[in-house]
Design a protein around this ligand. Structure first.
Ligand SMILES: NC(=O)c1ccc[n+]([C@@H]2O[C@H](COP(=O)([O-])OP(=O)(O)OC[C@H]3O[C@@H](n4cnc5c(N)ncnc54)[C@H](O)[C@@H]3O)[C@@H](O)[C@H]2O)c1
Length: 258
């Protein structure tokens, strides 16, 4: 009997080297899985060792291409640069970068100290720039590349309770646009993805009260929750040659909230 895949797979992603930050859990895990299913050569960076190793083992057993997990604290720029050097030594190329890692720990305006500001920016914004900086030389050499930066709709809709995170996520869009123009002449594309409320394990555990769930469904056009794999499918497209003329753009994926 003929078997038919439910969703698109991208021939251009086969054997491409894709680096994903924050790939051990949440949306990042779904992104790692999606690229592995497309037979890309995947390296992912994360702090969470157990979750990272479990993901590698799970994909190995599933017959997808086996990703490489690199333990790295992305707030440590030297460690991040070292991790990219290691990936390059192993794979010899980097074709796509997905800047996904973040931390949406809640904080009030009152409690923001200069130290909390720096820490929150370091985990939500700074590493995206330095990861891009680290992969740009090899992408220039190859004459192509796709960089995808995770932003959020949190700066476009009324949001409270995490002002520095929201500020960082707005900055991701500005950074995306200027990098697209810096790098376009080298055929390196840079785009941002702005998720709405995505139902990850962490979100469910920490924030999905009955009240918040009702708020999400009232705000969205689609009356259901969005899953991490739905975000991953947009990212596949932006990394694949199918999106070859798309750069400097921001894609909202929020079930019709904005
Ligand atoms: N889930 C949502 O509803 C939602 C909404 C809007 C935007 N986003 C964005 O999507 C991306 C993924 O979100 P998520 O919900 O999957 O987040 P998450 O918190 O569930 O996962 C983030 C991953 O990044 C890793 N990470 C965090 N700090 C790190 C560090 N210093 N070094 C290395 N790894 C680190 C974590 O270990 C984790 O695996 C983020 O950029 C987030 O801002 C998510």
């Amino acid at each position: 009997m003929e078997t038919r895949a439910e969703f698109a797979t991208y021939p251009s992603l086969r054997d491409r080297v894709v680096v994903i930050t924050g790939g051990a859990s949440g949306i990042g895990e779904a992104i790692v899985e999606a690229f592995a299913a497309n037979q890309s050569r995947v390296a992912f960076l994360d702090l969470q060792v157990e979750a990272g190793e479990q993901l590698v083992a799970r994909l190995k057993n599933a017959g997808a291409s086996e990703p490489v997990f690199v333990r790295c604290d992305l707030t440590d720029i030297e460690a991040l640069q070292e991790a990219v050097r290691g990936i390059l030594e192993q794979f010899g190329a980097i074709d796509a970068l997905v800047n996904n890692a973040a931390n949406d720990t809640r904080h009030s305006v009152d409690e923001v100290t200069p130290e909390l500001w720096e820490r929150t920016m370091a985990v939500n914004l700074r590493h995206q720039f330095f990861m891009a900086q680290a992969v740009i030389p090899v992408m220039k050499q190859a004459g192509r590349g796709s960089i995808i930066n995770m932003s959020s709709i949190s700066w476009m809709v009324p949001s409270t309770g995490l002002p520095v995170y929201v500020t960082a996520k707005a900055a991701v869009v500005g950074m995306t646009r200027t990098l697209a123009h810096e790098l376009g002449r080298h055929n390196i594309r840079v785009n941002a993805v702005l998720p709405g409320a995505i139902m990850t394990e962490r979100q469910k555990r920490l924030w999905y009260t009955e009240e918040y769930k009702a708020e999400i469904l009232a705000a969205q056009a689609l009356k259901r929750f969005i899953l991490p794999e739905e975000v991953a499918r947009l990212i596949l497209f932006l990394a694949a040659d199918d999106s070859s003329a798309i750069t400097s753009q921001s894609y909202v994926i929020d079930a019709g909230w904005v």
